[in-house]
Design a protein around this ligand. Structure first.
Ligand SMILES: [Zn+2]
Length: 145
């Protein structure tokens, strides 16, 4: 099954690739991942309408029963972060919501922890869009028709 936010995520990667110099590694890679999470969920919200759990959760449909791949509103209790023991890479639950904070990873695994460290900007988006929603939702979440 192809979910709208998963397709939107990959499509946004294509836009970022040809419109910016964000790489797929370390902090630029984490921003790249986060932009794809953010815009994919905005696309999903645009098409399906507002639903808190859907707009702030990445890939909630394809991964049934797990609460999605990443939570934009609760990174510390969702997704995974990388860590290493010797030459081997591992994943553990949770990803960071603050730069350099809990679960922040800057080692070589997962291209420098891009699928975990994206939680920082994802969480920023949640705070900005949800708590300043009266002003900003009119910009981010304008519904067609
Ligand atoms: Zn991605």
């Amino acid at each position: 099954m192809a979910a709208l936010d998963v397709i939107g995520h990959e499509y946004t990667h294509g836009i970022v690739r040809y419109s910016s110099e964000l790489s797929r590694y370390y902090e630029p890679g984490a921003l790249n991942e986060s932009f794809s999470d953010i815009f994919s969920n905005v696309i999903q919200e645009w098409v399906e309408g507002y639903d808190f759990n859907r707009i702030y959760t990445q890939a909630e449909d394809p991964i049934i029963g797990t609460g999605g791949l990443r939570s934009l509103h609760d990174p510390l209790n969702s997704g995974t972060h990388s860590y290493e023991i010797g030459p081997y890479c591992y994943l553990a639950p949770g990803h960071p919501n603050t730069y350099g904070g809990q679960y922040w990873y800057d080692g070589p695994c997962n291209n420098g922890g891009i699928h975990g460290n994206c939680g920082v900007q994802n969480y920023w988006f949640y705070l900005l869009s949800h708590f300043l929603s009266f002003t900003l939702c009119s910009l981010f979440f304008v519904h067609p028709g």
